[in-house]
Design a protein around this ligand. Sequence first.
Ligand SMILES: NC(=O)c1ccc[n+]([C@@H]2O[C@H](COP(=O)([O-])OP(=O)(O)OC[C@H]3O[C@@H](n4cnc5c(N)ncnc54)[C@H](O)[C@@H]3O)[C@@H](O)[C@H]2O)c1
Length: 298
Amino acid sequence: MSANKGQFERGYQPPIQHQTPPGTQETLDPAPLTESIPTPDGGSQLYKPANKLQGRKALITGGDSGIGRATATLFAMEGADVYIVYLPDEESDAQETKQLVEKYNQRCSLHATDLRDKMNCHDVVEEALKALGEINILFNNHAYQMVQKDISVLSEEQWEKTFVTNVHPFFYLAKYTLPHMKPGDVIINNASINAYIGRPDLLDYTSTKGAIVSFTRGLSNQYVSKGIRVNAVAPGPVWTPLIAATMDTESKKEFTSLMGRPGQPSEIATCVVFLASMDSSLLSGQVIHANGGVIVNG
Ligand SMILES: NC(=O)c1ccc[n+]([C@@H]2O[C@H](COP(=O)([O-])OP(=O)(O)OC[C@H]3O[C@@H](n4cnc5c(N)ncnc54)[C@H](O)[C@@H]3O)[C@@H](O)[C@H]2O)c1
């Protein structure tokens, strides 16, 4: 371990710290990397945009922190306006994301709400359409998880909360947004490596991520012929507030990848930019495995 190492260097391990869910980026130390991407020597450089999302409008859930914040920022660097959704407790993180987006001369609208209520999902889409004029990119990104070692201690309440949080809003937001989408628009869902490796201490979360992969495939098969592409990313370990707020000490000690370090939010955001842009024009129903080198089936 290596507090002295840069976060992209092999052997880097973030210091163990605990937060209460949902966790905040404001108090995470060190700050996860949002705008910088790795150089071959383990250093970092500012992401280089190329007008890939000029004039596009994006709705991002969980956009206040972590992967959602990095995606909002890279989208802005690429020329998109964004509308971010988050829980009310995360207002200060959301304000920080807004500042980052505005630094790149794009608009960022904020909407604090609990997406477990389908009426809130409905309102989010209506308000986003008013603020943005249209929605070209829907990034379903928010999630809840909490480590429980065994099914015997995983409560019925947690099982239901995880599904109601992670799966139902993906369906409602897609259902309410699609009637307003046109050919060239995209939906991107955030899954997880855990859907592919069957992580035992996150049984409920892992199951929701499997549902998200299948949802991505089925929805793609409904809409690919209409010119709307639906894809997913399946990150491996990434340094975000979710980790500090939901993993136990043992998991935090082992928080790394085959590359000898955890991922950074910016490294997932580059994949989301790819899926949001016409660079991925031939991909639909697919999953990008940004997981630090684990080979998975599917
Ligand atoms: N960090 C990782 O190691 C990792 C690995 C694989 C997949 N992911 C996925 O990445 C996505 C983003 O997570 P992150 O790691 O950036 O963490 P994060 O804590 O930064 O983001 C999660 C966000 O979800 C939102 N959220 C949770 N419950 C909500 C609710 N009921 N209503 C509205 N918003 C709600 C919150 O705004 C929260 O900020 C999640 O889908 C997660 O499963 C993360």
